[in-house]
Design a protein around this ligand. Structure first.
Ligand code: DP6
Length: 327
């Protein structure tokens, strides 16, 4: 009763920032994302009678109590469904250092969902896996299917899952992740979203706007219209950060370096280096470009002396099983 899965992190082009059901993590709007081939989590789960209690370990990193509680709650959730009397050992490893400041909850809960359900001999469909991952962390449902993914809102738990719109090789895009500050204290996403819903005057207008942006984005993707795709990516990034910044207490995830990258990306467009920025709940910037622009963009980014690290991501397949276990 042992299985190992690998899952990618994902970057959202239209974003999830607000729930209609906090417990089930039902989102207030649909979102669209790309799986990242260089930001991966590998997780092994084993159920066995030799384990007296559940355990959770992260190779090379110190596990925070909150992280452990959330992972074990996820296992419990599944155990309730299949009535396994056994305890589990969970070992997990990220391909990216925690200091890179990338949220590992999407790749983490997607890998955990696939590994745990297979270790329990539950052969879930992609849709069921996406639902299961979503309950752990909303954005994790988008790390289950391949490539470019849509998460529809759904009115019930079973209706709220992600599916692939385009395979990874549909469009050779890059997500150049620019790490500007690796150690930053920040408000956790779940808490930030709830506060935003309660206090930001921009919360509801953004939800309405993003629904429209999401539909236009899908059409632009069909046409491979990079300019329109890029403009939408930036729009929803700014809309979401307006919600964050107008939340009480204010959520400023940006640092001066974040804004400097944004300004450079805009200026470089005048030099025919076409790329677009997006930022999640942290200071680091994802710069999206087509493969043909990668080299020029990287050489520009490397000249910015405040950049700590650059991670180049191509579109990736979704969560899947592998045969090499971590223990
Ligand atoms: C800013 O999936 O981390 O990255 O469901 O509360 O665990 P929870 O939230 P989470 O939120 C991700 C928010 C985001 C935008 C996005 O990825 O869509």
């Amino acid at each position: 009763m042992k299985a190992t899965a690998v899952a990618p992190a994902n970057i959202a082009f239209t974003k999830y920032w607000g729930k209609v059901d906090d417990e089930l993590r039902l989102p207030a709007n649909p979102s669209f994302s790309m799986n990242l081939d260089n930001c991966l989590t590998t997780t092994t789960v084993e159920f066995d009678k030799k384990y007296k209690e559940d355990s959770f370990e992260m190779i090379g990193e110190k596990v925070q109590e909150k992280e452990e509680r959330r992972a074990l709650k996820h296992i419990d959730h599944m155990r309730q469904k299949v009535h396994i009397p056994l305890r589990a050992k969970i070992v997990t490893k990220n391909s990216f250092p925690k200091s890179a400041g990338i949220a590992s909850s999407a790749s983490g809960f997607a890998a955990l969902a696939v590994a745990a359900s297979n270790a329990a001999s539950l052969h879930l469909s992609e849709k069921e896996l996406s639902v299961f991952a979503r309950v752990g962390s909303g954005s994790a449902c988008r790390s289950i299917p391949d490539g470019f993914v849509e998460w529809k809102e759904g009115k019930t738990s079973q209706e709220s899952y992600a599916h692939s719109l385009f395979p990874p090789d549909y469009w050779d895009l890059r997500d150049i992740l620019v790490i500007v500050r690796s150690k930053n204290k920040k408000t956790p996403t779940s808490e930030g979203m709830e506060l935003g819903r309660e206090t930001s005057i921009f919360y509801t207008p953004r939800i309405q706007a993003v629904r429209q942006l999401h539909e236009t984005l899908k059409t632009a993707f069909v046409k491979k219209d990079f300019k329109t795709v890029g403009e939408i990516i930036e729009k929803d990034c700014i809309y979401m950060h307006c919600v964050m910044m107008s939340t009480i207490p204010h959520l400023f995830y940006w640092t001066p370096e974040t804004l400097a990258v944004i300004q450079n990306v805009i200026e470089w467009r005048d030099e025919a280096i076409e790329s677009y920025y997006t930022i999640d709940a942290g200071p680091n910037v994802h710069v999206i470009c087509e493969a043909k622009t990668e080299e020029k963009l990287i050489s520009k980014l490397k000249k910015l002396d405040f950049v700590e690290q650059i991670i180049i991501n191509k579109p990736a397949k979704g969560a899947h099983l592998i045969t090499n276990h971590l223990f």
